[in-house]
Write a protein that binds this ligand. Structure first.
Ligand SMILES: [Zn+2]
Ligand SMILES: [Zn+2]
Length: 428
């Protein structure tokens, strides 16, 4: 059962999104996102005040402070505690910047803005996403729109915004000189070089038209930057976990790591190129066939066509009827077409049909028999979908599993057929 279950996960993650998930991206969905850690000094006037993985940087000056990233709304109290733990005032925050417009970095900017009256400054291509009031978006007014190479200055601190698009159109890598112990260090805070699970780089369904070219430009730029202090939007980018204990132990500054930066950027560039190559090959996979195909339908043999029509209508919103009018209990064969959007389900009721074997009702067990297995529907918020279905009395065939890249569950239709419902996670 457990082994078969793994097969389900593999089947789903490779089959449904067609993307091999890079291990670094998988690691992003980790429990360290909301785990508070004490703030600490990186170098000079640059401090880390984020959670164990969601990086937030504090730059202190005599005229107030600059904050880079807010994390999720729920993490703002931990950030405030870190700032105060270092002896600074949360209320002295004058400027808020972000790495990019994803909830793990910007969801809390509106909260911090209203707490501190700080000015929010965002790269032009991410402004709309930051100001959006859609679910999970901050809906915060941007006070200053930034462009590549714009500088943000306060009390002698000078940060430069470098546009490193791809991960989001306005993804920003921040650079700044930090004076520490009489020397000047180049700090680089990488916005994100990651191609997330579910991102599409090639073809008609690209995240946005220029995405692949944007990543190419981003890697060229990242490779050109002078780096002493290697930092980024997630602690995982620069191995915060291992570097922090070394830092606390004393002697050298573990965050001075130009070699680690170079290796990281090279590895991420390879991951991007691998994904691009794969997607390009997939896009041309049909070129050797002289015709196009489009999805048409799935067919099910059911014991009672009227009951099945009612089930699909009630549970999944399909509409349809038996061909030729009313269901006829005496007919040897009845057929119905159910439709919702561009999905068609064809139902057959045959007088002498055998019932579905028990093993076929359990999706994990069903893999032990060759042949076509379940079919699946993509949904937006699977827990909400399942709550609604359970309220309507749906029978579960396989309870929801939550992986870093997707959530999925199987329900049984009234005839025992397994239907997968899957929600792909994006935007980290
Ligand atoms: Zn992130
Ligand atoms: Zn992100």
């Amino acid at each position: 059962m457990r082994a078969a279950l793994r097969t389900v996960v593999l089947f789903v993650s490779l089959g449904a999104c067609g993307v091999v998930v890079p291990s670094a991206a998988r690691a992003q969905g980790n429990p360290d996102w909301h785990r508070a850690i004490p703030g600490f000094k990186i170098a000079g006037n640059l401090y880390y005040v984020g959670t164990a993985d969601l990086a937030v940087y504090l730059i202190t000056t005599p005229q107030g402070n600059i904050l880079i990233n807010s994390d999720f709304k729920q993490d703002v109290p931990a950030i405030r505690k870190s700032i105060e733990g270092l002896g600074f005032k949360y209320g002295d925050t004058k400027i808020i910047l972000i790495s990019h417009a994803h909830g793990d970095h910007d969801e809390g900017v509106g909260v911090i803005k209203s707490d501190t009256r700080a000015q929010l400054m965002v790269m032009d291509a991410d402004v709309a996403a930051v100001e959006s009031t859609a679910a999970g978006r901050p809906g915060a007014k941007v006070d200053r729109v930034l462009h590549d190479r714009d500088t943000v200055e306060l009390g002698g601190a000078k940060l430069t915004a470098r546009l490193t698009p791809g991960h989001t159109p306005g993804c920003t890598t921040w650079t700044m000189p930090v004076v520490d112990d009489g020397r000047t260090l180049n700090a680089v805070i990488v916005g994100s070089p990651n191609v997330n699970p579910g991102y599409v780089l090639v073809g008609d369904k690209r995240n946005y038209p220029e995405i692949a070219g944007d990543y190419v430009k981003t890697f060229a730029l990242l490779k050109s930057l002078p780096v002493d202090l290697f930092l980024g939007a997630h602690g995982a980018y620069f191995n915060l976990k291992d570097k922090l204990p070394k830092m606390t132990a004393g002697s050298t500054n573990a965050f001075i790591d130009p070699a680690g930066y170079k290796a990281y950027v090279a590895e991420r560039e390879q991951a991007f190129e691998k994904e691009l190559t794969k997607e390009t090959a997939d896009a041309h996979a049909g070129d050797t066939v002289g015709f196009d195909i489009a999805w048409n339908h799935v067919a099910l043999s059911v014991p009672n066509i009227a009951e099945s029509i009612a089930w699909y209508e009630k549970m999944l919103g399909f509409k349809g009827a038996v061909r030729g009018g009313q269901p006829n209990p005496n007919a040897r064969q009845q057929v119905a077409d159910l439709r919702r959007g561009n999905v068609t389900i064809e139902l057959f009721q045959l007088a002498d049909a055998a019932p579905l074997p028990e093993s076929r009702k359990n999706p994990s067990e069903d893999f032990r028999t060759h042949g076509v297995k379940h079919f699946g529907f993509e949904v937006k918020n699977l827990p909400a979908v399942l709550a609604e279905l359970k309220a309507k009395g749906v029978k579960m065939a396989f309870d929801m599993r939550d992986t870093p890249t997707e959530r999925f569950a199987f329900i049984s239709d009234n005839a025992g057929n397994a239907i997968e419902l899957i929600e792909h996670k994006t935007a980290r």
